[in-house]
Design a protein around this ligand. Structure first.
Ligand SMILES: *Cc1c(COP(=O)(O)O)cnc(C)c1O
Length: 421
């Protein structure tokens, strides 16, 4: 066994590893089929748009006539099944990117309907769900509305249609990934059903998708199945582990233009923005993204199978269809959760010597523990895990730049738990 030369993994766990890899052969072929499709989609977009080495040198000052930036944004639009895109290192996070898109489209007295229950934690503050004088959308007079999920965690299509037929909504908002919730992640087929329902009842309502963690997990993207706009973070899937910061918005040309006017200035939009030295890594990251996402999905599926076999509750299950790279493992005890994160950290390429401990993070009610030994601070396309120290003591895990190293991290997490028993 290769791993024995480098890490202390017991024979019983190694036998389980072997058995699980055998059982996942067919599953991995399915993942590789999606990876190949998306890799060829991205390659084709590079070729079609005539990407050249000269596009990667970068501009300074205002960034006028930056051909490299313009071509990158056309490539990204093609990858996302969209008419146009903005892809910039200037976006500071996924939340910032989504904020620019929301403020770009929505105006005072507009109404938003969220179709997928309560959004991701940081986005609730952008909508201003329960706040006043804070610069949130509600502070600017945008009305927030939400359709609760059904008890099984899926969207309530009948209720969505009924709400859309009774009132005039400027935007319908969909969150693809589960984030840190226990609801299932939407697969593209689910997003298509939601888009069809919105178009049927209210064709002029703009459909926007929070695409974080979803890019390149399936063959199609939200704009391929009816979404008007989608957005995400470059330190997740579409940055391929190479982009050190940034975000993208892709969709209908008129909507992307509005978002660009919000990112820079009205009337100026996409025409400015110095790329400095960043273009090369955004190109390279996007090119690598389908492969890296495939490795992350394999890591998630492997983790699901391994911890499932060890008797833990896992979601999604190894053979379930996936719409994102997130894997939830319920460890059932504080010791288990802490051991999982500490074991995983010990197998990280960066900061492996650090021992993570639970801490009272501002804004959270319970202490949180995190494992992240990444080249890019906070990059969750790199192997990472975290969870709050409360029932049911679940860890949310994602990423892995390559399956071989990520699998070592996962095995070390499993070994640490076994050692503590
Ligand atoms: C990561 C994420 C975001 C954005 O988070 P940032 O940390 O600001 O990049 C938004 N929505 C979902 C579902 C996410 O997973």
């Amino acid at each position: 066994m290769n791993i024995k030369n480098f890490f202390n993994i017991d024979d019983e766990l190694l036998a389980l590893d072997k058995e699980i890899l055998e059982s996942l052969k067919q599953r991995f072929l399915e993942i590789e089929d999606i990876t190949e499709y998306n890799q060829l989609k991205v390659l084709n977009a590079f070729i079609k748009n005539g990407v050249s080495e000269a596009n990667m040198s970068g501009s300074t000052g205002y960034g006028y006539d930056d051909r490299g930036r313009e071509i990158l944004e056309r490539v990204m639009a093609d990858c996302m099944g969209a008419e146009d895109s903005i892809m910039r290192h200037n976006f500071v996070s996924g939340t910032h990117t989504l904020t620019v898109a929301l403020f770009g489209i929505l105006r005072p007295n507009d109404k938003v309907l969220v179709l997928t229950g309560r959004p991701y934690d940081t986005i609730t503050g952008v909508f201003g769900i329960d706040s006043k004088n804070d610069g949130s959308l509600s502070d600017f007079g945008v009305e927030y509305n939400e359709v609760a999920l059904l008890p099984d965690g899926t969207p309530d299509i009948e209720e969505i249609k009924s709400r859309l037929s009774k009132d005039n909504y400027k935007m319908a908002y969909i969150q693809r990934s589960r984030g840190y919730s226990t609801r299932p992640t939407l697969v593209i087929e689910d997003i298509k059903k939601l888009c069809d329902a919105v178009k049927e009842v209210s064709p002029s309502t703009i459909i926007m998708v929070d695409n974080c963690y979803g890019e390149f997990v399936e063959k199609l993207e939200p704009c391929d199945v009816g979404a008007d706009l989608c957005a995400g973070s470059l330190i997740k899937n579409p940055g391929g582990g190479i982009a050190r910061t940034g975000g993208y918005i892709a969709g209908r040309r008129d909507l992307v233009e509005k978002c660009a006017d919000r990112l820079t200035c009205p009337g100026v939009g996409k025409e400015v923005g110095a790329t400095l030295g960043m273009s090369r890594e955004l190109y390279l990251g996007l090119f690598q993204a389908p492969h890296v996402v495939g490795e992350a999905v394999k890591t998630a599926v492997y983790t699901s199978a391994l911890f499932g076999e060890m008797g833990y509750e896992v979601s999604p299950k190894p053979f379930e269809k996936r719409g994102d790279i997130v894997q939830c493992v319920t460890l059932g005890s504080a010791e288990g959760l802490v051991a999982f994160c500490q074991g995983m950290q010990s197998g990280a390429p960066v900061d492996a010597f650090v021992v993570p401990e639970p801490w009272d993070m501002p804004g959270y009610t319970d202490p949180v523990i995190m494992a992240a030994g990444a080249f890019t601070l906070g990059a969750s396309i790199e192997l990472s895990a975290d969870g709050p120290l409360r029932e049911p003591y679940a860890a949310w895990m994602q990423g892995g730049l390559n399956f071989h190293s990520a699998k070592a991290g996962v095995l070390l997490a499993a070994q640490k738990i076994r050692n503590g028993r």
